[in-house]
Design a protein around this ligand. Structure first.
Ligand code: GLN
Length: 474
C-alpha cells in the first residue's frame, strides 16, 4: 500500500527520516497507475525514465544538492511539450508528434528536481469540460467510475485523485484546471494571465491559456506556482512583476470582504447540493468575522457567449497550423496539396474541434467579424471593467466552481450548448485574466466531490493562497 501524502513537506520529512525515497514513491505511483489503468487518466507513462530520474534525485538529496521540488512526482497534461516525448493534445492529428523542445515550465520544474511520471489524457486541444472529447476516450472519475472526471485536464485531476502521482499540471483556458479539480475533490489554481509562461504549451486560445497546478494542499499549489512563474523571453505576454516565495509567505488572513453571486443561489440551473454547500461556507465565513454580501453581476448572461466566440476564433487561427504538412497526421489518401489539407484535417480532428474551427472561422469572417468577434471583444472589456470595480470594493468573489458535481459519462454529448453553459462560473476569471482557485469543500450525499471557487485581483495570488489555506480549515 502506498501512502497518500497531502503535501510535499510531509514527503520531505519522511525522506529525511529515511522512511521513504523518491524511487520508492515512484514505484508506488506506478503500481497505482497500473491498478487504475481502466480510469484512462494517462496517455503515456514514462515508467523507466521516472525511475531513473527518481534515483538521480535520491542521490542529490543525499548529497544535499537537491532542488526545492525533490520528492515531487508529477504528471503533465498531454498538451505541455517535453523534449523527446510525444505530445498529442489527445488528438489523432498529433498522435505521433514528438516535442523537439520542452516548455519553459517543464524546464523550470525539472531544474528543481520534480520527476515527471507521464502525460495525461485531456479533451482534444483542451476543448471540453468533461474529458469526453479525447481521441483516447473519456477519463473516469475515481469517486464514481460511471461519471466524468471533468475537463479538459481530466486525466491530470484523476491521476492526483487516485494517487497515481503527487500533483499534476493542467492548462486552464476557460476553467480546465479548476473544474476537473472540483469534480475530483482537489485544489486547482489558475494563475493571473501573464504570470506563467505559455512557451511550449500547445495553444488553444492564446489570450486565455494559462498553466496551473492540481494539488492536495495549498502549499504545493503555491510551491509549483513559484517555480513556474516569472518572465520568460519566449512569451512576451508575461508581466514583469516580482514572483514572491508564495509557499513560504502563506499566513493567516485578516477579515475580508467577499462578494458572491446572487444567481448562484437563485438560478434553477444550479444543483441543490451545490447551493447548500455555498450557503454553508457563506455562513462559516460570516461567523468568523468576514463580510459576505450577495451581488448581481449584470453581464452574467454574456460571459459564456463572449468566452466561446473569442476562444473559438482564437482556436480556429491557432489550429490552422495542423495542415498535414508541418505537423503530425497526414492523410494516406491525399493526392495533392489541397486534398492533403482537406483530408488530413477532416480525418485528424475530432467532432468538437471541427465544430469550433468552423464557428471560429465564421465569427472572424468578413461580414460577421463586427457582429460577433469585435462585439465579443467589447463585451470582454466591459466584463473586465465591471469585475475590477467589484474587486475594488471586495477582496474576493466566491462562486461554486461548477453548477453541478461530476455528471454521468455520455450526458454532455447530447447538446453542446448545455455543456458550454456549465462553464458559467469559471469563464469570468478567464475573460478578465484574474487569478482564481477551486477548493474542495466536501462531498454530496452520493460521495461526489464539491468545489467552491475564489477569484481575486490580478497578481494577488499570495492573498488568494493565504485565504485558501484558511478557507480549507474553516
Ligand atoms: N470548457 C471550456 C472549453 O471547452 C474550457 C476549456 C479549457 O479551459 N481548456 O473551452
Amino acid at each position: 500500500m502506498t501512502k497518500s501524502y497531502t503535501s510535499l513537506n510531509e514527503i520531505k520529512g519522511e525522506i529525511a527520516e529515511g522512511k521513504t525515497t523518491v524511487e520508492k514513491l515512484v514505484r508506488g505511483y506506478l503500481g497505482k497507475i497500473s491498478a487504475n489503468a481502466h480510469l484512462n487518466a494517462f496517455n503515456e507513462v514514462f515508467e523507466q525514465e521516472a525511475l531513473i530520474s527518481a534515483q538521480n534525485v535520491d542521490s542529490r538529496i543525499k548529497k544535499g544538492t537537491a532542488g526545492k521540488l525533490a520528492g515531487m512526482v508529477i504528471a503533465i497534461k498531454d498538451n505541455i511539450c517535453y523534449k523527446g516525448h510525444k505530445t498529442s493534445a489527445s488528438s489523432k492529428i498529433l498522435k505521433n508528434f514528438t516535442s523537439v523542445y520542452s516548455s519553459t515550465i517543464v524546464e523550470r520544474l525539472l531544474a528543481q528536481d520534480a520527476v515527471i511520471i507521464g502525460r495525461c489524457n485531456c479533451d482534444e486541444f483542451g476543448m471540453g469540460a468533461a474529458n469526453e472529447n479525447s481521441f483516447f476516450g473519456p477519463v473516469k472519475n475515481y469517486a464514481d467510475q460511471t461519471r466524468v472526471s471533468g475537463g479538459s485536464s481530466g486525466g491530470a485531476a484523476v491521476a492526483v485523485q487516485a494517487g497515481m502521482c503527487h500533483a499534476a499540471l493542467g492548462t486552464d483556458t476557460g476553467g480546465s484546471v479548476r473544474q476537473p479539480a472540483s469534480f475530483c475533490g482537489l485544489i486547482g489554481l489558475k494563475p493571473t494571465y501573464g504570470r506563467v509562461s505559455r512557451h511550449g504549451i500547445i495553444a488553444y486560445a492564446s489570450s486565455f491559456d494559462q498553466v496551473g497546478p492540481i494539488t492536495r494542499s495549498v502549499e504545493d499549489a503555491a510551491l509549483l506556482l513559484e517555480v513556474m512563474a516569472g518572465p520568460d523571453e519566449y512569451d512576451s505576454t508575461l508581466a514583469d512583476v516580482a514572483v514572491p516565495s508564495f509557499s513560504k509567505n502563506i499566513k493567516a488572513p485578516a477579515p475580508k470582504k467577499i462578494a458572491y453571486l446572487q444567481e448562484a443561489l437563485s438560478s434553477p440551473g444550479v444543483d441543490a447540493d451545490v447551493k447548500s454547500n455555498l450557503i454553508e461556507y457563506i455562513e462559516k465565513l460570516r461567523a468568523d468575522g468576514h463580510t459576505v454580501k450577495a451581488i448581481a453581476f449584470e453581464y452574467l448572461d454574456y460571459l459564456v457567449p463572449a468566452y466561446y466566440i473569442l476562444a473559438m476564433a482564437e482556436a480556429s487561427s491557432n489550429l490552422s497550423r495542423y495542415d498535414g504538412v508541418h505537423y503530425g497526421y497526414r492523410s494516406p489518401s491525399a493526392t495533392d496539396l489541397v486534398s492533403t489539407y482537406k483530408r488530413s484535417r477532416s480525418e485528424g480532428f475530432g467532432k468538437e474541434v471541427k465544430r469550433r474551427i468552423m464557428l471560429g472561422t465564421f465569427v472572424l469572417s468578413a461580414g460577421y467579424y463586427d457582429a460577433y468577434f469585435a462585439k465579443a471583444q467589447k463585451v470582454r472589456r466591459l466584463i473586465r471593467e465591471k469585475t475590477d470595480a467589484i474587486l475594488k470594493e471586495y477582496d474576493f468573489i466566491l462562486f461554486p466552481t461548477a453548477p453541478e458535481p461530476a455528471f454521468a459519462i455520455g450526458q454532455g454529448e447530447k447538446d453542446p450548448v448545455v455543456t458550454y453553459l456549465s462553464d458559467i462560473f469559471t469563464v469570468q476569471a478567464s475573460l478578465t485574466g484574474a487569478p482564481a482557485i477551486s477548493l474542495p469543500t466536501g462531498n454530496n450525499s452520493r460521495g461526489l466531490p464539491l468545489g467552491l471557487q475564489l477569484l481575486t485581483r490580478h497578481f494577488e495570488e499570495q492573498e488568494l493562497l493565504n485565504f485558501s489555506k484558511y478557507f480549507l480549515e474553516l
